[in-house]
Design a binder for this molecule. Structure first.
Ligand SMILES: Cc1cc2nc3c(=O)[nH]c(=O)nc-3n(C[C@H](O)[C@H](O)[C@H](O)COP(=O)(O)O)c2cc1C
Length: 205
């Protein structure tokens, strides 16, 4: 059985373009894997705890040295990593906030990118410990971060997610960006048209 981990990030519920795009990708994935088990992690409904001093110290010590407080503070991290390890396909739907990932997604990343747990250091750089798997990222932004012109914004979201997922071993990553979502109906229609073309390319029309 295929397990799909769906990470929904944006706080705008039904009105969220990234969630709507995520739901569309999920529907296409379910068509491909009709018996798939879907695990939903809603970061807006349940934001990950922020990293504290206990966490920061514990991850640098071997697990045998952890006490009850360390284990408790690492509970969320273990659960989130477990969900990732169990997933055959990962789907992330996220807004762009201030050119990059929203704080909730960054907080989740701080829990799942852990030395000696999901990556190890080496003279050649960090080596991921998770197996690679197809990963789909749907992003929504009010403006544009591709194309030409003075209004095109920097994009730290796409390269950051690519780099951070590669750090833990996930390199098979595809991005679908819904851009211009606060720029009126014409811009939105164009975004949907281009998204549909990308989805048809990925999954077939
Ligand atoms: C705190 C915040 C920061 C934002 N930063 C950006 C940004 O840097 N660039 C951009 O194009 N849009 C930005 N937006 C607009 C959102 O990306 C846009 O409304 C998007 O559709 C939100 O995703 P959603 O529709 O899934 O909720 C920002 C919105 C918020 C609330």
């Amino acid at each position: 059985m295929t397990t799909i981990l769906y990470l929904a990030v944006g706080p705008r519920g039904e009105r969220s373009w990234s969630r709507r795009g995520g739901a569309e990708v999920l529907a296409r994935l379910q068509r491909r894997h009709p018996d798939a088990r879907v695990v939903v992690r809603d970061l807006a409904a349940q934001p990950p705890p922020l990293i504290d001093a206990v966490f920061a110290d514990a991850i640098l010590r071997p697990a045998e040295e952890w006490d009850a407080a360390d284990r408790e503070v690492l509970g969320y991290s273990e659960q989130a990593i477990g969900e990732l390890e169990a997933a055959d396909v990962v789907l992330i739907a996220t807004p762009m906030n201030n050119y990059t990932v929203p704080a909730t997604l960054k907080a989740w990343i701080d829990h799942i990118v852990r030395i000696r747990r999901t990556f190890v250091g080496s003279p050649q750089g960090k080596v991921g410990l998770l197996r690679d798997r197809p990963t789909y990222v749907v992003t929504a932004s009010g403006g544009y971060h591709t194309g030409e012109g003075a209004a095109v914004q920097p994009d730290f979201l796409t390269p950051y997610l690519r780099a951070i997922l590669a750090t833990i071993g996930i390199r098979d990553v595809r991005f679908l960006s819904l851009q211009g979502m606060t720029r009126g109906p014409e811009a939105m229609a164009q975004a949907h048209e281009s998204a549909k073309a990308t989805l048809d390319l990925w999954f077939g029309a």
